[in-house]
Design a protein around this ligand. Sequence first.
Ligand SMILES: [Ca+2]
Ligand SMILES: [Ca+2]
Ligand SMILES: [Ca+2]
Ligand SMILES: [Ca+2]
Length: 336
Amino acid sequence: MRYLVLLSMTVLAAFICAEEPKPADLFEKPVALGDGEEFLVTGRAQGCPAVCDFNADGKNDLMIGAHESMDTSMGGIWLIPNLGTNAKPVYRMDKAVRVQVGEDPDKVACGCKSSGRVLVQAVDWNADGWMDIAYSDTYRGAYVLINEAKDRDHPTFRKQPFYSMEKTNHGMMAGGGDWDGDGVADWLHMPFAGFAYKVFKGDTQDGKGLRFPEGLKSSVGIKIEGEKATHCAWAWDFSGTAKQRGVTEYIGTVKDTREIVFFELKDGRSRRVGVLATADGANPQATIGDLNGDGKMDVLWSCGLWGNEFQKTRVWVMYGKTRNAAAAGTLAAPAK
Ligand SMILES: [Ca+2]
Ligand SMILES: [Ca+2]
Ligand SMILES: [Ca+2]
Ligand SMILES: [Ca+2]
């Protein structure tokens, strides 16, 4: 009898293990990006990295939204071309191009010297094959930069509002991924530091481009209680089993911790499944994208470093192990 109980418990445990993804099985160990000898050190504070292919050469580049420095509340966006290959990317900060609005660098009002952020995402808003950018200043509003389609290597943009909080709110955070499971990336607005989650459902034009409905009212609130991300959150079927298990898997960060956490949301309740990595600085900002273009969704993050290098930022990636990003083209590179 005892043997039978033990046996059935073992079988049950095996069944549960098979159902529940282990975060360690989903991603490789984190690596810091750079040129193979030196790490990419951006010299910017509170960096938020994202995958893009701004020059449309088929090699995935990096985009970083960040403070100009900790002496100012102003920020900007930098594009860093991939000088290597997708499998072996090479990024150097001295090759970075600052995003221009017309003749001038885009100035982002972060609202705060120490903790404002610039969360960025590559989109192709008008489906013309030229990369556009959606970003949030985490303070008051979100914007879209429409590529003027003049120069692939040194793009210039037109700036237009995407939505506005209308009054200042230091706790406005953002994220994305696919929250409704249709394979198209969405935008996530997290007012009051994750108190609410509002999804802007991503849309394409005949399968090309990526845009979100404009104006705060066009977002849809999702119920999320329990252990949840507060500073950024990105949903994807990372394990490839989320849909069949009826859950939403997402990665995110929580205020005042350095952890990149894997969460699961089911019936409005969120819970921590496990910690994927611990950042080398406070309040890391994470995004997802298929950086090496292998059809497996990767996780990127950066932060402000502590100590006497607190204005510098290293960019980390954790490559995905599960083939799950087939429909994620809009997250990595715009349609050509
Ligand atoms: Ca490229
Ligand atoms: Ca475009
Ligand atoms: Ca979606
Ligand atoms: Ca990948």
